[in-house]
Write a protein that binds this ligand. Structure first.
Ligand code: FE2
Ligand code: FE2
Length: 301
């Protein structure tokens, strides 16, 4: 068995943005960015594509008008419909209505999980997509891992284990802490992250790799015998997406692709100091890696 797919996240479409908002985002060019990425992904011919959330600029912080929010959803869906492989989406905190926090308009155009949805995506491989926003994301931007998530994940893992099938877990917000803000609060981490990590540890079919976006940074971390993969944003530097392979001998391989529009990548890069860009981009092993996954090897051998 083997799989070849794409993890793309934080495309933040804002069709008529009048300014770019916080660096390195390039919201005034978000339409051009989306137009460029679709053929670039199609040329790689993946089996499937996972979008890690924040497709648009709703929620707080972007001052988007509700009508513009609905238009952004339609435009985003229309553009992504040109992807040739199946696209699987999870909601991010910026995919809700900018005034009410409701996801209703988003759910009308994108099929997303209510709690946790499992899909067969490749022989011997299932995708478990998580909705981390059971409550209004404008009140809790980092989302929450609940008992309902725990139960759904344990059930999916038990079933997959019997069928020697691996599960990729995908959620919007970080599971492992990174930098903290001035008062010591970890940034961008899901509520109850410690319980989620314990559950993953107890579910050997689950979390061959866990994919997140939200923090707009590339990072790969080995946690016990599973892998945590955070991908940088599309809408700002490093401005790209991950291509991934799972090999039948249990190897995980990834390569980060920068958008093939050097002018847009440079315009975003120029908005920040080199040190800030370095953090967004990650080190070489955060972008490109080849790692043996013991759980995957055991399931697929
Ligand atoms: Fe984002
Ligand atoms: Fe986010």
């Amino acid at each position: 068995m083997a799989a070849h797919f794409i993890h793309l996240t934080d495309s933040h479409l804002f069709p008529d943005a009048t300014h770019d908002f916080a660096a390195p985002k390039l919201l005034t060019r978000s339409r051009e960015i989306l137009d460029a990425v679709v053929p670039q992904i199609n040329a790689l011919n993946p089996e499937f594509i996972v979008h890690g959330g924040d497709l648009v600029c709703g929620g707080d912080a972007f001052e988007m008008a509700p009508s513009a929010y609905v238009e952004a959803i339609q435009e985003s869906a229309d553009r992504f419909s040109k992807l040739q492989a199946p696209l699987y989406v999870i909601p991010g905190n910026h995919d809700c209505d900018p005034v009410t926090g409701s996801f209703d308009a988003f759910y009308e155009r994108f099929s997303v999980p209510e709690v946790l949805t499992v899909s067969d995506v490749s022989p011997g491989l299932r995708l478990a997509r998580v909705n981390v926003y059971p409550s209004n994301p404008m009140e809790n931007v980092n989302g929450e891992w609940t008992r309902a998530h725990d139960d759904a994940l344990r059930e999916a893992s038990a079933k997959a284990l019997k069928e020697r099938t691996a599960i990729l877990l995908v959620l919007h917000t970080w599971v492992l802490e990174g930098r903290r803000d001035a008062d010591g609060t970890p940034l961008g981490v899901i509520a109850n992250a410690d319980r989620l990590r314990s559950t993953i540890a107890e579910c050997p079919a689950v979390a061959v790799a866990v994919f997140t976006g939200h923090r707009h940074r590339n990072r790969i971390s080995v946690v016990q015998d599973w892998l945590m993969v955070d991908s940088g944003a599309l809408v700002g530097f490093p401005m790209g997406f991950r291509e991934l392979w799972l090999k039948d001998d249990g190897y995980f391989i990834t390569r980060f692709h920068t958008l093939n529009r050097p002018d847009l990548v440079q315009a975003s890069y120029d908005r920040s100091e080199p040190e800030a860009n370095k953090i967004s981009e990650g080190e070489e092993p955060d972008r490109n890696a080849e790692i043996l996954l013991p759980r995957l090897r055991a399931l697929w051998k």
